[in-house]
Structure formats: structure tokens, C-alpha cells
Design a protein around this ligand. Sequence first.
Ligand code: GUN
Length: 297
Amino acid sequence: MTAAIIDGKAFAAGVRGRVAEQVGRLQADHGITPGLAVVLVGEDPASQVYVRSKGKQTVEVGMKSVEHRLDADTSEADLLALVQELNADPTIHGILVQLPLPDHLNEDLVINAIDPAKDVDGFHISNVGLLGTGQKSMVPCTPLGCLMMLREHHGSLSGLDAVVVGRSNIVGKPMAQLLLGDSCTVTIAHSRTKDLPEVVRRADIVVAAVGRPRMVPGDWIKPGATVIDVGINRVDAGEGKTRLVGDVDFDSAVEVAGAITPVPGGVGPMTIACLLANTLTACCRANGLPEPEGLTA
Ligand code: GUN
């Protein structure tokens, strides 16, 4: 059997289209434009690429985009003052502080200074707690994108066995909470899990988010399972070139799985699409309007 390929690039384009349509309606009916502020401290090249891409896509869906680029030696007090300024700005509905921050800045302190209602990353401790208790929250973008693709592929996830490989605060833990919210039986596996291959083989849904290139081979996958590969790893491709691979060994897994996300072109494009969806959701909530349909958890 060869798996169906879940096309994240096309799916993300669809999400952006729905966001753009609803942004247009917000403007026409209420004169409101959602605004997203992105804060980048320092000059990490990968972060600069992300931030540029976020700004471009924000504008493309008709939202206001604000970028604050601060020097690498910016003090914590100055960064916190900027966050407070954005918290108080009624034209800004979403705030994203790009991580990682330089070592002298306390990430937890900075993230928890963001107004939870504007925390479109879903990293604030209040949003983590709300998600964990099944209450309305802002949901981290990458797991939200994975959930949307899973719902689209399966319809109901109720009763399915899901294994999340990886226990990060950004992906693994919120992913597990979302799957639990959709009534999956959820296992979080990690580097110390005993007999990881056997644990993964039980799963109807495998979400791999460990950051280790091609760690999950096809013979760990239950025939027909759905595989969501969150990994984006740059590896040597010979002749001085590099290429991106996931945490799953695609070539062997595609022969066993029922459906699988490729890398690139799977989960990756969904992350920014969900950031835009979260900004729209935050804007609707801030204005007491109904939440956008199909764009929340
Ligand atoms: N750095 C890499 N990915 C992300 C993300 O999703 N949010 C933030 N704030 N920083 C990141």
C-alpha cells in the first residue's frame, strides 16, 4: 500500500484564503482590521527568514503587520516595555515574540508579559492552563495546524490511538492536549520511552516532533496509520548540498502508512497559516464577535 500524501501547502493556502475572506468581511461589516505585531531580537538568520515570511503573509490576507527589530543587546526592561506598549495598543490583536531570544533575556518572563488574549503563539502560561483544562484559549500554531489536517483527513478522531513522539512545550505537549480534546487515546513518547517501536506500532495516528532526522522508520508504523511529521531537519545531501528531511523516514513510511505529510510541504506551511487564523480569532474575541468557523481548535 502507498499512503495518501497530505498536502500541507495546499491546505495552508486554503486556510489563508478563509482567513482573507473573513478579514474582508470584518472590514466591510465592522471597519476592523486585525493587526499582528512580531518582535525579533537580534539577527539569527533562520528567525529573520521566518519573520519576513510572517510579515508578507499577514499583509497578503489583508491584516495590519507591524515588525519590531531590536538589537541583540536589547535589555529585558526595554523588551518588556515594548510588550506592554503592544498590549495597550488597540490596533494590535496578536503579539509574537520570535524565539529563541538571546541568552541574557528570560523567555518565560517575556512570554508571560504578553496579554494572554493577544498571545497568538499560545505560549503564555494562562493559555497553557486553559488548553490543559479544555477551556477556550489561544492554541500553539504548529499543533493547531496538525489537528486541522487530521480532522480534515479523518473526520472524527474519537477513539483513535494517537502517539505523539516528543514532549516539547511548543509541539508535543499541546498536541497531546488537542488530541485528547478530540477524544483520542493519547500516549506521549520521548527519548526515554521503553520499546519506542512497539509504542508507535500501536498508533492509528503518529505525530513525530523530536527534531531528529528520519528517526521513525516505516517498520514502526502500523499499516494504514496516519503520520504527521513535524520535523524540519537540514541534512547533508552530498556534493556540498543540503536538503530538508522530517523526523520520519518518508521513503519507508509512505509504503506502510494510510496517509502521511511530506517534508517540506506538510506541517511547515500550516504554522504561519495558523498564526494568521489565531490573529483573526484574537481580533474577533477582542471585539465580542463570533469566532471564525473552522479556524480554531
Ligand atoms: N521560533 C520558531 N518557531 C516559532 C514559533 O512558532 N513562535 C515563536 N514565537 N518563535 C518561534
